[in-house]
Design a protein around this ligand. Structure first.
Ligand code: HEC
Ligand code: HEC
Ligand code: HEC
Ligand code: HEC
Ligand code: HEC
Length: 443
């Protein structure tokens, strides 16, 4: 069998994994369509179909990023040539395994569109890595499906009880990623591993595949703890809502015009097993807006008090800052001036993020073109609390209540990038994670 050493891990400075899931080592027809499995696994199919797993290739932003940026870039920049196949190893594993590289766009309706399907996850047997990353899964399609239980009695196929499928390492095969330059550009698993949940034995599945009584298959037995295939993440406002606790305090609740009110916001990540945001950190933003609103509805946006840490400027919204210049280079746009770094986030707001930088030292949303991302990581770790301070001087002549309001928002992509690519607004509009308010009476 011909070994194709194309993908980028071969270039990277980290340990090079043995090639397990090899490009082109199988045929599409070695894998059954999800609808086939859905004939008996009705609910699981329905859940999977609605999840991002089923849309990992067809989703608009994924199409744009691969076909307009990563693929053209791979074709002209040798250092990133591996991503032509690499992106597909996680987003359309069937196409990768079938050697259909690059796959046709989603509109062509090929089997790449199945994304991360039943037959990928339930044929994965392990990983070549102890701490997996970069689609380092080993896979064996066929009659036998890997499953969590020892007492399953399937129909029309066999099952093998697998400890691997129940582990966080299973998810890590796709959820951690090293760039061709050796930077960790996705490390949800590594964040989890370093945090409290790993020590307590709480794995990804416990929070992303919740359990309930029911049946795994229509002809199967009733069980107390069926694993649901929801895979809710940051695309689900219900998963994000309240994912961070927010508390607001002022040093005095009664004040006079001219007084300076000191405000403290406390943010606690008590629900995620990893940092928030996690995953595609190059484009995710979580930010806190703190406003003072007087009795007449007049409002002031309050800038966060600087703490003075290295790289802090990237964590404070600045409408005059431009970034993402590599987009212009890749798309060969003359006189490209970059895009607004922070989209429409109001000036002075604290942004919890981890900026990525390309080999030319410019902030980028191209994770494959990332050389460094260790300047600053100001996201909120699992069970971590971050405290932010603000000040507001009560205006002369003010009377009545002044409301101090804090809104915590999350966006998948900076709005400037979403608008530039004409993405559906739903893919970048701010999602409210939490809010809090407190009233100061002015006498
Ligand atoms: C003809 C019906 C049928 C079809 C089609 C079918 N299965 Fe199953 N499958 C079952 C039954 C029944 C069980 C047993 C459920 C139980 O014991 O709770 C099962 C169990 C499983 C299990 C769980 C094993 C465990 O450890 O609990 C997995 C995984 C699985 N099937 C995957 C698949 C995949 C992937 C496909 C499509 C390629 C598929 N099945 C197609 C009937 C079917
Ligand atoms: C992203 C990977 C992934 C995909 C995609 C996926 N599964 Fe699963 N599935 C899992 C994991 C992980 C478990 C075991 C969870 C556990 O018990 O910890 C599981 C469990 C199951 C079970 C056993 C449920 C139980 O509790 O008895 C069945 C049946 C199953 N999957 C079928 C399917 C079918 C059918 C599809 C496609 C419609 C599918 N899976 C897609 C990862 C996946
Ligand atoms: C074969 C690769 C692969 C495996 C294995 C895998 N994932 Fe994913 N997962 C993906 C891809 C690709 C996406 C991104 C989909 C998109 O937005 O394009 C994703 C997205 C997600 C999301 C985000 C959904 C959102 O709303 O933002 C969650 C949550 C998730 N996966 C959880 C898991 C868990 C838990 C496991 C292990 C049980 C797992 N994944 C295993 C490839 C994988
Ligand atoms: C204690 C529960 C918990 C555990 C354990 C957990 N998660 Fe999450 N996860 C969450 C919550 C809550 C969110 C929503 C907040 C967010 O999007 O950051 C989330 C979000 C995500 C997202 C979307 C991240 C983003 O910002 O786009 C991905 C991907 C994900 N989880 C994957 C995983 C993987 C992989 C593991 C295991 C290594 C894991 N999760 C472990 C609770 C958990
Ligand atoms: C190691 C597996 C892996 C590789 C390689 C990979 N991705 Fe991803 N990608 C993921 C996972 C997992 C997520 C989901 C993370 C999250 O929800 O934050 C994701 C998320 C994304 C998203 C965000 C989707 C959204 O809705 O916000 C885009 C776009 C994307 N990937 C494109 C690419 C491109 C283009 C490449 C190649 C340059 C690539 N990916 C390489 C696993 C991978």
């Amino acid at each position: 069998m011909r070994k194709i050493l194309l993908f980028w891990v071969a270039f990277c400075f980290l340990t090079v994994p043995a090639l397990a899931a090899e490009m082109g080592s199988f045929k599409y027809h070695d894998f059954k369509k999800p609808q086939k499995c859905g004939a008996c696994h009705k609910e699981i199919f329905q859940e999977w179909k609605e999840s991002l797993m089923a849309q990992a290739f067809t989703h608009e932003w994924d199409q744009v990023e691969y076909f307009k940026l990563a693929l053209p870039h791979a074709l002209k920049e040798p250092k990133v040539a591996g991503v032509k196949a690499g992106c597909i190893g996680c987003h359309a594993p069937l196409a990768f395994l079938a050697g259909d590289i690059p796959p046709k766009e989603a509109s062509a309706g090929t089997r790449a569109n199945e994304g991360v399907s039943c037959e990928i996850c339930h044929n994965i047997t392990g990983s070549t890595e102890k701490e997996p990353f970069n689609f380092s899964y080993t896979i064996q399609p066929g009659k036998t499906k890997m499953g969590p239980r020892a007492d399953a009695r399937p129909m029309g196929h066999k099952v093998k009880q697998s400890d691997f499928i129940k582990s966080a390492e299973f998810c890590a095969t796709c959820h951690d990623e090293a760039s061709p330059y050796g930077a960790w550009v996705k490390e949800t698993y590594r964040e989890w591993k370093a945090g409290p949940y790993a020590k307590e034995g709480v794995v990804c599945q416990d929070c992303h595949m919740y359990r309930a009584p029911g049946k795994a298959a229509t002809m199967g037995p009733k069980r107390a703890d069926i694993a649901h295939h929801v895979f809710h993440g940051s695309h689900s406002p219900t998963k994000l809502a309240g994912a961070i606790d927010l508390a607001l305090y002022v040093n005095k609740k009664k004040a006079s015009p001219g007084d300076r009110i000191k405000i403290r916001a406390e943010l606690f990540n008590g629900k995620a097993g990893h940092k928030i945001p996690s995953g595609s950190a190059e484009e995710r933003m979580l930010w806190l807006e703190v406003w003072a609103i007087d009795a007449n509805g007049k409002s002031w946006h309050l800038p966060v008090k600087k703490k003075g840490f290295k790289g802090e400027e990237y964590t404070i919204a600045d409408p005059s800052a431009y970034a993402y210049f590599a987009i212009g280079e890749i798309m060969e746009i003359k006189d490209f001036k970059g895009l607004k770094r922070d989209g429409n986030v109001p000036a002075g707001a604290r942004i919890f993020r981890r900026p990525f930088f390309d080999p030319k030292g410019r902030m980028t949303i191209c994770q494959w073109y990332t050389e460094k991302n260790d300047l600053v990581d100001y996201r909120i770790g699992p069970r971590e609390t971050k405290i932010e301070n603000y000040e507001f001087q009560i205006p002369a002549g003010a009377k009545g209540p002044i409301t101090i309001k804090a809104n915590l928002f999350y966006a998948q992509i900076p709005s400037s990038v979403g608008e530039f690519f004409h993405l559906p607004e739903s893919e970048y509009e701010p999602i409210l994670v939490n809010s809090a308010e407190i009233i100061v009476n002015v006498e």
